[in-house]
Design a binder for this molecule. Structure first.
Ligand SMILES: Nc1ncnc2c1ncn2[C@@H]1O[C@H](COP(=O)(O)OP(=O)(O)OP(=O)(O)O)[C@@H](O)[C@H]1O
Ligand SMILES: [Mg+2]
Length: 566
């Protein structure tokens, strides 16, 4: 076992515990560096001396002065005399493992339970020992990156452990979406099915590896497929407006029945429109006037849009009929008017389509399905997520019970919107349900957020795998410490100094110890990369000058032309 290396970093300082050791050195040791401390300890039971090698990762580093600044040191500095010995660098190493030798002379990894003595030499950990601890390439694992301080040690994550879900967090620009792209790509290359709930429309241009399939859907709400009660909640979200919601829900159910039948018979065609015209319940004249006025307003429109328009008319018509037939007219009059205008508002603003396929039809091995919901409003994103997750849980259970389980990973960007700690959302219950039940049926959550402090901790408590990227705010660091037992305060604080693409990975999927990793860069992910503002401005300025030059050239030519021909 190689516990020493060519690079001596310093010595164990005054305080040494089994799980954290102070190291004093001349120069600060960077955060994320792995150290090895060889030491001997007496086994209190047998009285034998045992060789150990403590492996730690630097989680805090600093510079200090040995003696406080005095007038004499300030004076000596001001004339350029600097005494290095007045400074030293204390660092804190979080001890992650104790490597000993078993009876057969093989290395044996133990949880740290005995501290190295003060003054012991501390070495930069040798690649051999790091590979032994971290490089767990085995069947069922995918590569995520390499050890932060040692590119030669590749880091793999275990796919089976993903059943305990995943949470990726870090400030904006820290590399979360790149991590999603790498994981999604490699999971799909392994044969998996991955769904990305793409809130900003940034994965559409993802260029995946050659052997996988990517389906990109600009997700629109299909008013014929969403359960009427869910639609009614979207349209009338106000808690107290139960009568309005009931009216919308009933009218939706009836309208869906009618439209589903005629689309089944005629498809999305002019024939379908004709068949609504001939329905005795509606005034043919009113309907054709409606479509005419629409065409005068918006020009020629396609059949699908016309059908959606008629669907809206039919829903409102049913709401009105409910009111006319009701006994308590007073109560229903106002509610039906309000419900009708909310239906109008919804149809004016929502991105709708009668063609949106159910997600379950798109599930296939080695496939990434990107659900681009960037065109929807925040409320709609919330409801659509609920619809998608409910469908996926149903599908996963179905596949499981018929003996053909089909594990699916769903990445949800901006999870703090849907799992807000401060306001109720439509999708929360569905997310929580998958967090609790998904494991059994192979439905795995990958939640992504730059604001962990705004996330409801109840859901996070079900999650056992983590990617922590740069996080600066103390409140965020505190909230992730509450979410993961393995994240100690010094490790959480060390996230302040992470660079782009660097992460602290924790959880069963990575093994027993927290690992500082440089995540691989996904070369096929272009959108979401920061704009090169400086060069765009510079180019625009050049263009402007060429335009200005051109226009002065044109003016000259114009002048010349008139001089010749006038
Ligand atoms: N591992 C990495 N190696 C190199 N560059 C990276 C890495 N991860 C991310 N980047 C780069 O950093 C930038 C931001 O990355 P990314 O979009 O993944 O951040 P993010 O955390 O998702 O940000 P946001 O919160 O704004 O969505 C991109 O230009 C990306 O190419
Ligand atoms: Mg992102």
């Amino acid at each position: 076992m190689l516990c020493t290396s060519n690079i001596v970093l310093g010595k164990v300082g005054v305080i040494s515990y089994p799980s954290s050791v102070e190291i004093v050195s001349r120069h600060p040791i960077p955060i994320g560096a792995y150290v090895a401390i060889p030491f001997k300890a007496i086994d209190v039971v047998s009285g034998n001396t045992i060789d150990y090698c403590a492996i730690g990762v630097i989680s805090q580093t600093s510079y200090r002065r040995l003696v406080p600044t005095s007038p004499s040191t300030t004076a000596s500095e001001s004339i350029g005399l600097e005494d290095d010995m007045l400074r030293y660098a204390p660092s804190l190493a979080r001890i992650i493992a104790l490597v000993g030798i078993d009876n057969e002379g093989k290395p044996m990894i133990k949880m740290p339970n005995i501290p190295p003595p003060p003054d012991t030499q501390v070495y930069l950990a040798h690649i051999e020992i790091l590979s032994m601890l971290f490089s767990s390439r085995k069947e069922g694992s995918i590569k995520i990156g390499h050890l932060l301080t040692e590119p030669r040690v590749e880091i793999y994550v275990d796919l089976n452990a993903l059943a305990k879900h995943l949470f990726i967090t870090g400030t904006t620009g820290s590399g979360k979406s790149n991590t999603v792209a790498i994981l999604a790509d490699r999971m799909a290359s392994y044969g998996g099915t991955v769904i990305i709930y793409d809130v900003h429309g940034e994965y559409g241009s993802l260029m995946p590896s050659s052997n996988i399939d990517i389906v990109n859907i600009e997700y629109k709400i299909n008013p014929l497929e969403v359960p009427p009660k869910v639609l009614a909640r979207m349209i009338v979200p106000e808690g107290g407006a139960t009568v309005q919601r009931m009216l919308v829900s009933k009218a939706m159910a009836e309208a869906q029945k009618l439209f589903k039948e005629l689309i089944k018979d005629h498809g999305i065609s002019d024939k379908a429109i004709e068949s609504i015209y001939s329905n005795a319940s509606f005034s043919k004249q009113e309907l054709s006037e409606l479509l005419e006025s629409l065409e005068t307003e918006a020009g020629e429109i396609d059949t699908e849009t016309k059908l959606i328009y008629l669907f809206r008319y039919v829903v409102k018509n049913f709401i009105e009929k409910k009111y006319v037939r009701s006994r308590d007219k007073e109560l229903y009059r106002e509610s039906s008017l309000k419900a009708s205008s909310k239906v109008d508002e919804f149809f004016e603003n929502a991105a709708l389509s009668l063609k949106t396929q159910q997600i379950s039809n798109l599930i296939a091995p080695s496939r990434i399905i990107v659900l681009n919901v960037s065109l929807l409003s925040d409320d709609q994103k919330d409801y659509v997520l609920k619809i998608v997750l409910d469908e996926l849980l149903w599908l996963s259970k179905h596949n499981y019970f018929i003996g053909k389980p089909c594990p699916i990973v769903v990445f949800i960007e901006e999870a703090h919107i849907f799992l807000s700690a401060s306001r109720p959302t439509a999708s929360r219950y569905s997310i929580e349900r998958i967090a609790r039940e998904g494991r059994k049926f192979g439905l795995i959550l990958g939640l992504i957020s730059q604001r962990p402090r705004n996330i409801d901790l109840n859901t996070l408590s079900q999650i056992q795998n983590f990617v922590f990227m740069k996080l600066v705010q103390e409140a965020d660091q505190q909230s992730i410490m509450n979410a993961s037992d393995l994240l100690t305060e010094d490790l959480a604080r060390s996230l302040t100094s992470m660079a782009t693409g660097e992460a602290l990975i924790i959880g069963e999927w990575i093994g027993r110890f927290p690992v500082f990793v440089k995540i691989d860069k996904h070369e096929g992910k272009k959108v979401g990369t920061s704009l090169d503002i400086a060069s765009i401005w510079r180019n625009n300025m050049r263009l402007r000058y060429t335009r200005e030059e051109n226009s002065s050239m044109l003016k000259e030519a114009e002048k010349e032309f008139y001089e010749i021909f006038s």
